[in-house]
Write a protein that binds this ligand. Structure first.
Ligand code: 4AD
Length: 473
């Protein structure tokens, strides 16, 4: 972009470089009628431009901060300012002042511009930001007639208020999870993404050629975290998981951020209590941050931090509940014990109950091979899903089989070939060298944020959503 120069008045005091976020009175004095304010220089992008007779009011934006800038006199007549377009990036120089009483501006201050330098102009007309990203004048949100077209220009949509708020909550949420794990003395691990074994069924594996061998993008880091327990103790990871989901739904991505933890020497009830704690504590940490709290309150006005203990419901009770309510399977039949509870039925149940549910004790055949049977009822496993209103399942977890013979039987029951069983040698060895009662879970970060910020789809809660048919930008 061309740099456009206007003359800076060298008799003025040197401008103090500041970030827009700085509001401390000891760094920046706001001028008033009787007193001059600090002369500063500050970077931003044009958010809005408003012309009023001889004056041009420009609101600059830098991340979620805004600053009103006032161009007057000769500056307001320069070609650049007369044609200033939203998203143009510039550095403005001038005096910081309190806004005159009766007027409104972000942080009750404005910058009286005496000089500026443009680093990058944004186009006008058909190519202007406002034309490419039409915003609803009432809500300020992207008008959503053609969602796919907006995912094509996700790099620009990310600059809008809703998307940037969600990215901010996402960043804060990751930090909060790390904080809670630290509070619990749980160590962070970095399992591999390129693997040769599956964790959650062959139908969603992304396969690729690895120097002539068959390999996959990881579906879950669980099996690897399990192998770290004897070495590191309780551990977690926040890593990408990949699923070749072959349908388009509100809550499935091909690439998502998976918060997973594995805990040693525990019983199933400990696992449930831990999951409840993690969710509640993360929410507490987020709600204690005014900027994050205000985003959540805006996007999800009726949000209330969940109360402990969460409702506990056994799978068998859920089947009865669905039958009593007349909620049918995807095939239009009443639910039977042994059926997978499909997304639609699960969401209807969760929405009707209206609070978090720990749904436990799923039958073995509809769950993964590593889940142990419940001693009291061997038809079912020590497994849990956390269901949230609006989204449904956000967490999947279980205890893990830790007996050698039992894991071999589980591979066979799941139809693994002998060659496949051999490829799990490293996982099997954990049972050979001192198996221990342990368990863990995985939480989908995009679903967690969709629940927290009341988003219709997880596609809005990730930076560049990947789903069937989309791998760009
Ligand atoms: O229930 P899942 O498949 O469980 C596992 O992968 C376990 N191995 C995790 C573990 O115990 N460490 O997935 C766990 C969570 C789901 O509850 C959901 O939140 C999320 O991962 N998830 C997805 N999120 C977005 N898109 C997808 N395609 C997802 N598949 C699972």
């Amino acid at each position: 972009a061309k740099k456009i120069k206007v003359e800076e008045d060298s008799s003025l005091p040197a401008a103090k470089p500041i970030k827009m976020s700085v509001t401390d009175a000891d760094v920046v004095t706001l001028g008033t009628e009787g007193q001059k304010g600090t002369r500063v220089r500050v970077w931003g992008r044009v958010h809005t431009v408003r012309k009023q007779s001889q004056l041009v009011f420009v609101v600059l934006r830098a991340s979620d901060k805004k600053l009103q800038c006032l161009f007057s006199g000769q500056l307001a007549k320069t070609y650049d300012i007369l044609t200033l377009t939203p998203e143009t990036c510039l550095e403005v120089f001038g005096e910081m002042r309190s806004v005159p009483s009766g007027q409104k501006a972000p942080d009750d201050r404005e910058l009286i511009v005496d000089y500026y330098e443009i680093s990058g102009k944004a186009p006008e007309g058909d190519d202007s930001f406002a034309t490419r990203i039409p915003l609803d004048p009432k809500t300020g949100e992207v008008r959503s007639d053609d969602k796919e077209a907006f995912y094509d220009i996700r790099h620009l949509v990310l600059r809008t208020e809703l998307a940037s708020s969600l990215m901010r909550v996402r960043s804060a949420t990751k930090k909060a999870f790390r904080q809670v794990y630290q509070e619990l003395d749980i160590e962070e691990a970095d399992p591999p993404a390129l693997v040769q074994t599956q964790c959650e069924g062959g139908s969603t594996l992304f396969e690729f050629d690895y120097y002539g061998q068959k390999a996959y993008l990881t579906q879950s880091s669980q099996l690897y975290l399990e192998t770290l327990l004897p070495s590191l103790g309780d551990c977690y990871c926040i890593e990408k998981s990949f699923r070749a989901e072959k349908s388009l739904t509100r809550r499935h991505l091909s690439e998502y951020l998976h918060v997973e933890a594995e805990l040693d020497f525990i019983q199933f009830t400990d696992l449930l209590a831990h999951i409840e704690h993690i969710i509640c504590r993360v929410i507490d940490i987020l709600m204690a941050q005014p900027a994050i709290k205000s985003i959540i309150e805006k996007l999800h006005p009726e949000f209330k931090p969940p109360q402990r203990p969460f409702m506990r419901m056994k799978y068998a009770e859920a089947i009865d509940w669905l039958r009593d309510e007349g909620i049918l399977t995807d095939e239009g039949k009443p639910h039977e014990f042994g059926d997978d509870i499909a997304e639609a039925a699960e969401r209807r149940m969760t929405d009707k109950i209206g609070k978090p549910i720990l749904l436990t004790h799923f039958p073995g055949p509809i769950k993964s091979f590593y889940m142990p049977p419940d001693a009291a009822d061997p038809r079912v496993t020590e497994s849990v899903d956390v269901l949230m209103p609006g989204v449904g399942e956000i967490v999947g977890g279980s205890m893990r089989i830790y007996d050698y013979e039992q894991i071999i039987a589980a591979y066979k029951r799941d139809g693994f070939t002998q060659k496949e069983i051999e490829s799990y040698f490293w996982y099997t060895d954990q049972r050979k060298y001192g198996g221990s009662p342990h368990g863990g879970y995985g939480l989908g970060l995009e679903r967690f944020i969709a629940w927290l910020c009341k988003q219709h789809t997880v596609r809005e809660t990730t930076m560049y959503p990947r789903y069937m048919g989309r791998c760009k930008p």
